[in-house]
Design a protein around this ligand. Structure first.
Ligand SMILES: [Zn+2]
Length: 377
């Protein structure tokens, strides 16, 4: 991503107070009238997440395992993986194999294309994973898996891009693995609301950030989705209409991340993340987390940042951009490596994101703990 020229951009979506008013009115309308009267493209405006009980949260988090994520998901990503490289192809295989091995039944497809770059024509491949591609509504998690290109003859060192963005991609794989049972059950019980994972290629500028030398994968996929009808054969709705909320994770893995508010229209969902942070803190589920709020700050606005959400934002998709401010101190240096990652922050954010996804999808995990201990054998 790029932090220059951030404030000049204007949010395409509606003004904050108007949106809040609309949302409030819409919620009441939902309660008063029949939900079925609302077109599916508008249901995202009325969506309510469930709030899991403490027992359900504990049950949901029993499977998440930072060490397993580190070995299985993160280490294979910490290679040079600029577009078209050997490492890029290995990482693509890793992502596809990992998701393909899960029980929830992910449908994994590629969006492969060739684009002109400052180094000539290069191949790019986005990876799109759908839990249920026939569902009309999708919570989207996205990251970029490419690493920034540093010509080896100039630097002689390998750029790992640990926070940029190996860790966010590993977090998404870990989420899919840890919540496999819950997602499988959610798919069976809620056929119209699902989870989609996007792994973008070519986020980084290959030479220098411009409108054409950056965001190769996200620009291509947003354009493709806009021209792909959903449901199949539809004439007035496309795949972008299926996106309830597009959550982009980037530059995660450094110590003490702060996520501020770029988009008033999605403040509610950033507030949900803060609420989950507080709840997990009160349950002593977060490590090295002395205050009840450290990460999510919905009441603090921050300027826009150029990143993979932009082609979707420009087409009207609601965005939650989870990128810390300031960026990690190692950003775009050779110190953005495994040694400088903060395991506690990653583990905490894994837990917060996993609860967020379950609550958004209205997926209550089965609890092993009886709700009334007196009835226990
Ligand atoms: Zn970068």
């Amino acid at each position: 991503m790029w932090r220059g020229a951030t404030t000049a951009m204007t949010e395409r979506s509606h003004g904050p107070s108007k949106m809040r008013l609309c949302s409030t009115v819409a919620i009441w309308v939902t309660f008063i009238h029949c939900v079925a009267a609302i077109p599916w493209t508008q249901e995202k405006l009325h969506h309510r997440a469930v709030t899991l009980t403490q027992d359900e949260i504990l049950a949901a988090l029993t499977s998440t395992d930072l060490e397993q994520m580190w070995q299985r998901d993160l280490r294979p990503l910490l290679v040079t993986r600029y577009p078209g490289s050997v490492g890029s192809r290995a990482v693509q295989e890793h992502i596809k194999t990992t998701l393909g091995s899960l029980g929830a039944g992910w449908e994994v497809t590629e969006d492969a294309f060739v684009s002109q770059t400052p180094y000539g024509q290069l191949p790019f491949t986005n990876i799109v994973a759908n839990l249920n591609s026939s569902a009309n509504r999708r919570l989207v998690l996205a990251c970029h898996y490419d690493s920034k290109y540093y010509p080896p003859q100039w630097h002689g060192r390998e750029f790992q891009g640990a926070t940029d963005s190996a860790v966010p991609c590993a977090m998404m794989l870990e989420l899919a693995r840890a919540l496999d049972e819950e997602l499988k059950a959610q798919k069976a019980t809620s056929p119209d609301l699902t989870l989609q994972l996007l792994f973008f290629d070519g986020e980084e500028a290959l030479f220098q950030w411009t409108a054409t030398d950056s965001l190769y994968g996200s620009r291509h996929l947003a354009q493709k989705m806009e021209t792909t009808p959903h449901p199949a054969g539809a004439t007035d709705t496309n795949q972008l209409h299926t996106m309830d909320l597009f959550v982009l994770l980037d530059l995660i893995g450094g110590p003490d991340p702060h996520f501020y508010n770029q988009f008033p229209s999605t403040t509610y969902w950033l507030s949900r993340l803060q609420s989950i942070e507080k709840r997990l803190h009160s349950m002593n589920e977060l490590v090295d987390h002395p205050h009840n709020v450290q990460y999510f700050w919905p009441n603090r606005p921050v300027g826009h940042i150029q990143d993979d959400h932009i082609p979707f934002l420009n087409r009207g998709v609601p965005i939650l951009h989870l990128i810390p401010s300031p960026f990690p101190s190692v950003w775009h240096t050779f110190d953005d490596n495994e040694q400088n990652l903060d395991r506690s922050a990653i583990q905490n954010l894994n837990k917060i994101m996993q609860v967020f996804v379950l609550e958004y999808l209205n997926a209550r995990p089965a609890t092993a703990i009886p709700s009334n201990p007196q009835n226990a054998p």
